[in-house]
Write a protein of this length. Structure first.
Length: 322
């Protein structure tokens, strides 16, 4: 069994054990799953490449071992009639004391939801999954769980790391504007989105020139005024990228993952704009511009998924070397 499969087995067993223990009181089955979880964690611990991950998993191991011992003692009482110190004075099983683990099935180790039917919403669905892996670790598929430590590695683990970091830092301000848009007032909303739309094309084009293989935008600049503004903002983006690359010569991907979280977490307002249903030219134009920004966000998220694949590979190589 691979390391990721071992972790997935531990997660699944922990979920089922805590659920049976807290909700149904089926202590025999719960004990069996706790045992399976403990064995899987013991197998996984030596394979972890850093001390922080080992400390986190070791603390979970202690909690599950303690609970397993309590349940085994209770089950022993049930069979043999002997008093055990771990039981309550009335001979019953004490309640679960690690309350945070009761939320595992819906928070920490939840499987990703199915993708939405609307393709425009796929970006937000995928972005949410990525955010979960960065913040606390999580599943990216039903069979692949990614610990958050994967995102904190040497910078060379991410291709064109400094360019992407600089891009994300620059984009943070743009997505701050997006996060503040008011979908209930169409005229100011349209003005904001028109401005953001040119920013999107300018930043996207500049990044596509810096990162080989990145898909450039399909632009349609209708008038000379928009062309002039686009050129100005593209030059501004190029200067900002250069300045950020010089100022952020860091050797860790931690800054990249933090910048990624900041940008993706500010994009939720786009989903609201895409849901506008008013029958008006302003609303149609707002949705059109939101789709442009969403296409840009999709390129960003897909690129982050490719970077995650590189980070996972690097994480396994470090684990083997350790």
């Amino acid at each position: 069994m691979s390391f990721i499969e071992t972790i997935a087995e531990a997660v699944n067993s922990a979920q089922r054990a805590v659920s049976l223990d807290s909700a149904t009181g089926d202590y025999a089955k719960a004990a069996a799953f706790y045992k399976s979880c403990v064995e899987a964690i013991r197998d996984a611990l030596p394979q972890l490449p850093d001390e922080a991950s080992k400390a986190t998993l070791s603390s979970k191991l202690s909690l599950y071992e303690s609970r397993l011992a309590t349940l085994n003692e209770f089950l022993g009482v049930s069979k043999k009639g002997a008093n055990k110190a771990a039981l309550a004075p009335n001979g019953e099983v004490p309640p679960i004391i690690f309350q945070e683990d009761m939320s595992l099935p819906t928070r920490f180790m939840a499987l990703p939801p199915p993708p939405p039917d609307d393709m425009e919403l796929t970006t937000f669905w995928l972005g949410t999954i990525l955010l979960g892996t960065v913040r606390r670790g999580g599943f990216v598929t039903t069979a692949l769980w990614v610990p958050k430590e994967v995102w904190i590695q040497p910078g060379e683990a991410v291709p064109h790391y400094l360019e992407k970091l600089s891009f994300l830092i620059f984009c943070s301000d743009m997505f701050t504007k997006i996060s503040k848009i008011n979908v209930h007032n169409l005229k100011p909303l349209l003005a904001d989105l028109e401005s953001i739309g040119l920013d999107v094309w300018a930043v996207w084009s500049e990044l596509a020139e810096l990162v080989p293989g990145l898909q450039p935008p399909q632009m349609n600049l209708a008038n000379s005024r928009d062309k002039k503004i686009y050129a100005q903002r593209k030059n501004l983006a190029a200067e900002s990228f250069k300045a950020h690359m010089q100022a952020n010569n860091t050797s860790s991907t931690e800054a990249y993952s933090k910048a990624l979280v900041e940008v993706i977490s500010k994009s939720a307002s786009l989903e609201k704009v895409l849901g506008l249903t008013q029958d008006s030219k302003e609303a149609e134009r707002c949705v059109e511009l939101a789709k442009r920004a969403n296409s840009f966000l999709n390129v960003l998220v897909v690129s982050a998924c490719q970077d995650l694949a590189s980070l996972i590979t690097c994480y396994f190589e470090r684990a083997k070397a350790a």
